[in-house]
Write a protein that binds this ligand. Structure first.
Ligand code: PCA
Length: 211
């Protein structure tokens, strides 16, 4: 059976949990659109996260790669449009590294586009009443780093599609900030994966973005 690689991150920034890891764990081993989901955990560490992602890709040989990360403060599930070739950390990662104004890949292009149907994913989630919006920036911390590393790698595998989706806090992390229940986020990511497997060419739809 073909596979989908679905990654989450370990907790970071003093948080006890990371919803992205919980979602990947929930969906590990399930079948979506005739593909078996391989859930994997990435360290929240510059460099090591991409190394582990590549290792997982070699092992699973997926048809689709969706990386997930936590974006505390966001209220919606947000497929990212673009990864930029910048590491610029506001806080240290889980290994104490804090790159500032560095490229992810020296000499690489300024940016790589997601190859997920981001607008179709947003539309599908909203139809199910799940809050979703396109995001125009994955930031410049480890999530963007992994997203760029993924899309850079996939240039060599043009048949494999991939991208990044940020998710809000879980209710227990929220402390007044927006959050979504794990069950809602898991349902949303399952639907996002199903949509990515089904929709080859993205729809054009206005008004689906956060900013
Ligand atoms: N979120 C961070 C890194 C790991 C995660 O889950 C980010 O948005 O860069």
């Amino acid at each position: 059976m073909k596979t989908v690689l679905l990654t989450g991150f370990e907790p970071f920034g003093g948080e006890p949990v990371n919803p992205s890891a919980e979602i990947a764990r929930q969906l590990h081993g399930t079948v979506i659109g005739g593909h078996r989901v391989v859930g994997a955990l990435l360290p929240c560490v510059f460099g090591a996260a991409i190394t582990e992602l590549r290792r997982q890709m070699r092992a699973a040989r997926p048809a689709l790669v969706v990386c997930l990360g936590q974006a505390g403060g966001r209220a919606e599930i947000t497929p990212e449009r673009v990864a930029i070739n910048v590491d610029d950390a506001r806080i240290a990662d889980n290994a104490g590294r804090q790159p500032v104004d560095r490229p992810v890949v020296r000499g690489g292009p300024a940016a790589h586009w997601s190859t997920l149907p981001i607008k179709a994913i947003v539309a599908a989630l909203r139809r199910e009443g799940i809050p979703a919006a396109v995001s125009q920036t994955a930031g410049t911390f480890v999530c963007n780093h992994v997203f760029y590393g993924l899309m850079h790698e996939l240039r060599k595998q043009p048949k494999v599609r991939g991208g990044f989706i940020h998710v809000p806090f879980l209710p227990e992390q929220a402390r007044g900030k927006p959050s979504l229940a794990l069950e809602t986020m898991t349902r949303g990511v399952r639907l996002a994966v199903a949509t990515a497997l089904r929709v080859r060419r993205d729809i054009r739809a206005a008004g689906g973005a956060t900013q």
